[in-house]
Each structure stands twice: as C-alpha cells, then as structure tokens.
Design a protein around this ligand. Structure first.
Ligand code: FCB
Length: 457
C-alpha cells in the first residue's frame, strides 16, 4: 500500500512571520521607531502606500493568533522580536513592557506545545542607531550583541531555536544597494561593509548565547539552540555562453557564497571580492573578525522560494547580470514555481556544512479571492506547498539532514515594499476589520501536520 510521503518522527512543521510584517502597534508601550517605521512613513517608498502601523494588529490580537497556531497543530512557530520594543533607541536600558509582550507570547506558545523559533533581527534596526550610521558603523554590531544578550537572558529558555539574523543578503543589497528596502540607501559601495557588520554581529551574538547557556552545543530538545537564516535561491545561467556562465557565478556568489563562505570557511569568496573591488567596494575586516563570524552554530535555516536565471548584462554595474523571465508559471510575486529550489538550496548549504538544516521559509503569494460565503479556495497555494513539501521529502531521502519546514506565512501580512498587496498567508486577513479566516490551504496544512506528511497522490 502506498502510504504517501511520511516525514521522520519529530519533524518540525511550522509557519513563520516577522515582527514588522504582522505586529502593528508601531509606537505602543514605549516601542521606539525602527528604520521600517521611518521608511514606510516616507511617501513613495511602498507601492500601495500602506504602512505596517497596524498590519495584522498581532500586538493586540496575539492570543487569538496563538489559538490559530495551536488549532493548526503547528509544532513550531517562527516569529521575530522587534529590537525597538526591547531597546527603543537601540541601546541603554531595556523596556520592560517590550520584554513582557514577548514573554507572554512565548509562554503561551510553549503552553500549547508549540516550540518557538525566534529571530532577533528581521530587518527592523532602531532608527536611533541608523542615525548613528546604522550597519555601516561597526559599533552597531556591538549594540546588536547587547540586545541579543538581553533577549537570551530574559527570554532565552522560552525558545527552542534562536536565529540571529534573517537574510543578511536582503538587508545589505536591498537596504543599501537598490534602496528598495529600509533604510533605502543607494550606496553600492556600502554593501560589503554592511554585510560584514551583520555577520560580525551574528558571531558576537553567538558568543553571547554561549555565555548564557554554556559553551557546548546542546542536544535538540534539551535547551535552546542558536543559528542563522540565509536566503539561498538557486541560480542558473541562461545559456552555455561563457558570459552568461560568468554572470551567473557572480550573481550566485553575491547572494549565496558571500554569506556561506565566511560563516563556514572563515573567508570571503575571492571571485566576489575581486568583482566588487573593481567597483570600489571592500568590507572593513578587522583582525579576528573572521574567527568571530565563524563561531560554531547549532543549525542553519534556509529560506527559498524559487530559482533565478541569469544572463550577462554589462550595463548593470553592480552584478553584471540581468534576470531572465522564467519559462514556467509564476506566483503573484512573479517568482517561478520551481519546487526543486528546495533540493538545490539545501544541497548548496550542505556543500558548506553538515549542520542540521531547516527550511525556515517557503510559500507563495496569490491574489486570493474571497468567495460569496467568505471561503478562500486557494488551490494554487496548496499545489505550490504540496510540490515543495514533496521536494523536501526527496531531499531527506537523499540523505540531507532536514529537520523542519516553515510555511511563509501564518497570516497575510505587510510584504515590505509591496505593502499589503501580496498575500502569502495560510490565514486570510481582512485589513478593514482585521478578521482572520482560514484559507483552504490552512485546513490542508493542518492535515499534512496531523499525518506527518503528504497523502499518496
Ligand atoms: C523573505 C522574507 C520574508 C517575506 C518573504 C516573502 O525574503 O524573509 O519576510 O517577506 O521573503
């Protein structure tokens, strides 16, 4: 009998969110301004003119949301802490009301048998630190380490997995290169320094974690673990032409190897350094930095949604590449539906490390339609998730140590520069009433978790 695709016992089925994208309450209870508050309050930055001031109002509705998380049967829930709720100005004395909010939330999750996976930095730097130079300034890495130490001290045991950073690539390249994300800088020469300070702050936070919990990595389930989440999207060359192959290597290097190599090999990739040096960019590496960045961690999180196909484009001075329109069908983000991104991304990670891996984000935006009876029949999202979860199963069968899978996202939410226009949620949010409604994909995912895998086709 065909039992379908069953996952190993204890596989961590989850869903993910981030503070700025769901919480709202942007200035409640002493919260300070973050670079995303400043950015969304600047006209013209967000495509639909929306902000995260209210978003899903999770800050006030967290109890209802924990109810949804428990009803889905999630084994883990990935959330992020807003640095500005703990340190409104980025440093100084912690704000008790901010710590209390996250303590209540984490305690409630644990009480429902849901293991929290907590990201410290999902791009929302305190604006006060931005004004002192932000991630271009080395000191910011030390302020991050203080914030991390405070979070570990007050909340550390409440989370199963601690994630220092989410996708440093996006913060560096989109926040400081293209300016599409906060802080909206267009300083390509700043990218490598920003990336370096993000990585340095990661290593310093790992040191703070070990100082709090002991020097040796803990066994899963016996205490919190620490890791980082990288965006790893496979890159393919548009053709066999040497120019396209070379452009593809640089594009892949800038997104993937630029972070994997320092974390796991103690150096920056030579070809990427050469490529950017020619453009006047170089990271400000001080003696000892690479050892800090390479501190042993307990797991690696991988965010992957699609692949990118690159063609040489000498007119793009930064990357030298242009992305070709993908051949296959796409989601509402214009991202190709390419389930093997899961296997290719995990293999890319495995080329660097044997650590346990998690897919910390995967999912799809669609223009969901609410039916006359209020139902949301998002079959396309179910097809996307099914195909990608099947790929995760293939990855495990190939010997990859994949420990969990998190859908992006639990709720429809504020999708950065796209504002509220892109819906990734298992649960629909009506932004006028803030009402939550389970989409068909939520019922489907609940059944996947209950059977620990996919039904036979
Ligand atoms: C990832 C982000 C996440 C979300 C998804 C769609 O890059 O980490 O916050 O926006 O993309």
């Amino acid at each position: 009998m065909d039992n379908g695709l069953i996952f190993p016992p204890g596989f961590l089925w989850g869903a993910a969110t981030a503070a700025y994208q769901i919480e709202g309450a942007w200035n409640a209870d002493g919260k300070g301004e973050s670079i995303w508050d400043r950015f969304t309050h600047t006209p013209g930055k967000i495509r639909d003119g929306s902000t995260g001031d209210v978003a899903c109002d999770h800050y006030h509705r967290w109890e209802e949301d924990v109810g949804h998380i428990a009803a889905l049967g999630l084994r883990s829930y990935r959330l992020s802490i807003a640095w500005t709720r703990i340190f409104p100005d980025g440093t100084g004395r912690p704000n008790q009301r901010g710590l209390d909010f996250y303590r209540r939330l984490l305690t409630a999750l644990n009480a429902r048998g849901v293991a929290p996976a907590v990201t410290l930095y999902h791009w929302d730097l305190p604006q006060a630190l931005q004004e002192r130079g932000g991630w271009l300034r080395r000191d910011t890495a030390y302020r991050f380490a203080e914030y991390a130490a405070t979070a570990f001290r007050h909340l550390g045991r409440e989370a199963a997995l601690w994630i220092t950073h989410n996708e440093p690539f996006i913060q560096a390249f989109y926040g400081h290169g293209t300016g599409e994300n906060a802080p909206g800088e267009r300083n390509p020469w700043a990218i490598l320094t920003v990336g370096h300070h993000l990585l340095l702050s990661h290593g310093l936070a790992v040191d703070a974690f070990r100082a709090e919990f002991g020097a040796r990595p803990l066994v899963p389930g016996q205490g919190p673990q620490v890791g980082i989440v990288l965006m790893i999207w496979p890159h393919h060359a548009a053709s066999e032409r040497p120019e396209d192959q070379a452009a593809n290597r640089i594009a892949d290097g800038g997104m993937n190897r630029l972070f994997l190599e320092p974390l796991f090999r103690g150096r920056y990739p030579d070809d990427i350094m050469r490529h950017f040096k020619w453009r006047g960019m170089r990271p400000a590496v001080a003696p000892g930095d690479m050892a800090i960045i390479g501190r042993p961690i307990d797991f690696l999180g991988v965010n992957t949604y699609t692949r990118l196909i690159n063609q040489a484009n000498p007119r793009d001075l930064l990357s030298g590449a242009r992305q070709v329109t993908p051949p296959g069908p796409t989601t509402a983000m214009g991202w190709e539906i390419y389930p093997d991104c899961i296997i290719e991304a995990l293999n890319k990670a495995r080329a660097y490390t044997n650590l346990p891996l998690y897919i910390t984000e995967n999912g799809a935006a669609y223009d969901d339609v609410v039916g006359p009876g209020g139902e949301i029949d998002d079959v396309a999202r179910i097809d996307y998730l099914r195909a990608h979860i099947a790929a995760a199963h293939r990855a495990i069968a190939q010997g990859i140590d994949l420990r969990g899978y998190f859908v992006w996202s639990l709720l429809d939410n504020f999708e950065w520069a796209h504002g509220l226009s892109k819906r990734f949620g298992l649960i629909h949010v009506d932004y006028a009433t803030l009402r939550r409604t389970w989409k068909r994909s939520a019922y489907w995912y609940r059944a996947v978790i209950a059977r620990n895998g996919l039904e036979a086709a």
